[in-house]
Design a binder for this molecule. Structure first.
Ligand code: AVJ
Length: 331
């Protein structure tokens, strides 16, 4: 039982608050001094950001979450059959709502079920722990607060395992990040281990753009919250009322691009670095990308990394897909 090797969930973070603040300030400084400017999207998910994202998933325009949930509901039993008993390791678990469907399917089959959610938000891990304890009392829970890379070295110990990467979170990665991710995954997972990947698919611009510009303005608050967080944690002194959320689909790059547009010129202080960045009126700061995928291209790409596509599950409209992969490489 590897439970003892895990950090217990909320609270017991490895890095000190000062180290984390310095990391945040440095990451923000790198992006804000780059051209065009950008900020790393993982910082969107503090407690407030995670709660806002949960609210996004309930907006009528945001189809990915409910589409993926329906796919998983229909596919869970077959997935369990194909993988046999495995430890479920979930990257970027959020509140693990969809995972519940899989935990049920694995729970109905014989054998112990072990669930290892990994999330940068300790609030999200805490919520996940409560939900799993209430709905799946027999599941062994070993939550981990941290970045994905922090669990990579432990993956082999969990074999037979299936890594869950749902919600099209992979869409947040740019080309380089994606390449590093899949290369590391195939190397770190044992041969024969599984990977369950949820991806949002290319579709009409109107549908895509509506999903990131919900009428209730929740996504706009989600974007703005990043700067609220900078004010609180880095003393940035940004007037967040002057920030406009901009989300548009870039056709050629098959991705939604999300920006904060500064209506007025501002000075952004990066507290612990003693650095101030000047942003002009109307400047855009990219906060997120959300790539959309074409199945044939994606499966070919994954094969290059040594992942066999065992099965593709999708919805009637082909808006979203869940891919069951098997690692051919590994050690
Ligand atoms: C959690 C990265 C999958 O890209 O759709 C939703 C994040 N941002 N609305 C996405 C998000 C704004 C979401 N992911």
């Amino acid at each position: 039982m590897p439970g003892g090797r895990f950090r217990a969930d909320p609270g017991s973070r490895r890095a000190s608050a000062a180290t984390e603040q310095l990391e945040f300030a440095t990451a923000a400084a790198i992006g804000l001094t780059d051209t065009p400017r950008w900020l790393p999207c993982q910082y969107l998910y503090d407690a407030a950001g995670s709660a806002l994202f949960d609210e996004i998933t309930r907006q009528p325009e945001y189809y990915p979450t409910r589409t993926e949930a329906a796919i998983l509901r229909a596919a869970a039993a077959e997935i369990r059959e194909r993988t046999g008993p495995v430890t479920l390791i979930e990257l970027g678990s959020g509140s693990s709502e969809k995972t519940s469907l899989l935990l049920s399917a694995y729970g109905e089959a014989p054998g112990e079920v072990r669930y290892v959610p990994v999330d940068v938000s300790d609030a999200a891990i805490a919520a996940s722990r409560r939900r799993v304890a209430a709905d799946h009392p027999d599941v062994e829970f070993a939550g981990l607060v941290g970045r994905y890379e922090e669990v990579f070295p432990q993956l082999r110990e969990h074999s037979p395992a299936m890594v869950l990467f749902l919600g099209s979170t992979i869409g947040n990665f740019n080309h380089g990040e994606s390449l590093r991710f899949w290369r590391t995954m195939s190397r770190r997972l044992a041969t024969g281990d599984h990977f369950l990947l949820g991806v949002d698919l290319v579709k009409e611009r109107e549908v895509l753009e509506a999903a990131y510009n919900d009428a209730a303005g929740v996504t706009a608050r989600f974007t703005r919250n990043l700067f609220v967080r900078m004010n609180r944690e880095l003393g940035s002194g940004i007037d967040v009322t002057q920030i406009k959320h901009v989300a548009r689909y870039h056709d050629a790059w098959q991705r939604i691009e999300i920006f904060a547009r500064f209506r007025t010129a501002q000075e952004i202080a990066l507290g612990p670095l003693g650095l101030t960045v000047h942003v002009d009126a109307d400047e855009l700061i990219m906060t997120e990308i959300s790539r959309k995928f074409v199945l044939e291209h994606l499966t070919a790409y994954l094969e290059v990394f040594g992942f066999e596509v065992v099965r593709v599950f999708t919805d009637d409209r082909q808006w979203f897909a869940v891919l069951l992969l098997r690692n051919r490489r590994g050690h």
